[in-house]
Design a protein around this ligand. Sequence first.
Ligand SMILES: NC(=O)c1ccc[n+]([C@@H]2O[C@H](COP(=O)([O-])OP(=O)(O)OC[C@H]3O[C@@H](n4cnc5c(N)ncnc54)[C@H](O)[C@@H]3O)[C@@H](O)[C@H]2O)c1
Length: 482
Amino acid sequence: MTIVARPSVGASLLGGSIVLPPNPCLHPPARPVRPWTGEPGTAGRVAVVGAGKMGLPLAVQFARHGWDVTAVDIDAAVVAAVNAGRSLVEEEPGLADGVAEVHHAGRLRATSDAAAAARGADVAVLIVPVMLDDAEQPDRRAMDAAVAALGPGVHAGLTVIFETTLPVGDTRNRYAPRLEAAGGLRVEDDLFVAFSPERLYSGAVFRNLATYPKLVGGVGPRSTERAARFYDSVLDAEIVAMSGSEAAEFSKLADTTYRDVNIALANEFARYADRVGVDVQEVIAAANSQPYSHIHQPGIGVGGHCIPVYPHLMLSGAPDLELVALSRRVNDGQVGLAIKALEVALGGLEGVPVLVIGLTYREGVKELAYSRALPLIDRLRFHGAVVSAYDPLLDPQETSRCCAAAYRWGEPGPFRAIVAQTADPRFRELDFELFPDLAVLYDGRDSLREVALPERVTYLGVGVQAGTRRRAPLPVGATAGA
Ligand SMILES: NC(=O)c1ccc[n+]([C@@H]2O[C@H](COP(=O)([O-])OP(=O)(O)OC[C@H]3O[C@@H](n4cnc5c(N)ncnc54)[C@H](O)[C@@H]3O)[C@@H](O)[C@H]2O)c1
């Protein structure tokens, strides 16, 4: 609950644990005021535009700190659910209860009328998606539409905060002028505009909200201060007032691109491990015991609408950043390497029944955006494989719509290969007796190394070979070996 110029926790993360303890909530009950002008200890009215996986938890967080919250969404089902005190996002721990609680307390409602919500608000937080188009350029249609829809409600005293990841410069150059024009106002005089990246991890959102420092950068000092004061009133984490919106935008792209580049390096290490015949996981664990080494995990590719997307937001303004572009290609190339490994192990894929397990981009998150399962299945089919698919978060209709013929868990199947694309713990319970023709298990996320396989099944991992796979950690004092 302190506003600082630099986060104080950084150094402890080097090579160490990333599980930070949540800060206790030390906010006394807030005093409702109208209008809200940033005075400590007060709460006003906030519109959260985009009530999805990130927006809805934010709405709950703000309401719990005394703010009067209106969620704005173009999806009528989302609006109806929120107004009935329900969340359509099912997997986020604590969200359903949170929505019910703050709705019951009369501090959360929803509408599709963005202008009306902005008119009645002191603060508007925008958290609608910005993705990529087919040319891998930023697709800002949702954000452009959201800003246009807010327009008629823009009024003097309003603070508009962008939380959606944006290319550097968008807050100042693209959106602030539109908001000024819509309201006939001037930023820093009577309108405040800032960027504050959403850095939460699906599945741990409320914990992250109490932990991660909140970065805030305005288009000018008054905007920075107003936005920082807003977050200081609703978050129990440190608020980092940055030098401007560009630095805040860049910070988000830097953190996510760093992870993409790091994973690309881990994937290259996995390729090298295959060549020299060692288990890359053993190497990474050993290397990371040096506190300055923080090698990430190799795998079958990087999915989701964050890590594979944001490097492109950076490249859109700087296509000459070679390492960033190369890392994207390396990570996207992992699917091709998996298919090549299967082809070699099976002597070709033409007519071969293959089961892909784990279709969402990550286990536990019902989101298919940029999931590597999609190109994996496409390429398997291209090489002639007959693909079936399974994901514990998708029902059979959803599975056949998005991906491939639905396999029903627990049924026998003719598969010669099974490819795990997520690390869902349920996959460790696979009963291999159901698959008498199975010849290969491809472990795309290093989550199945412990399973006991019948003799006839070859284990293939990313940088882990059949002969070097370790079933369990070595006992202390043991020598190296499979
Ligand atoms: N999901 C994550 O893990 C994650 C993590 C960190 C940051 N983010 C950021 O959050 C953004 C949103 O992600 P999300 O996972 O919440 O998306 P989401 O798809 O779950 O939700 C987005 C919501 O916005 C609504 N929407 C779309 N256009 C709109 C418009 N013009 N006006 C009002 N509502 C509109 C949609 O109907 C949907 O309910 C991402 O683009 C990213 O920048 C996401």
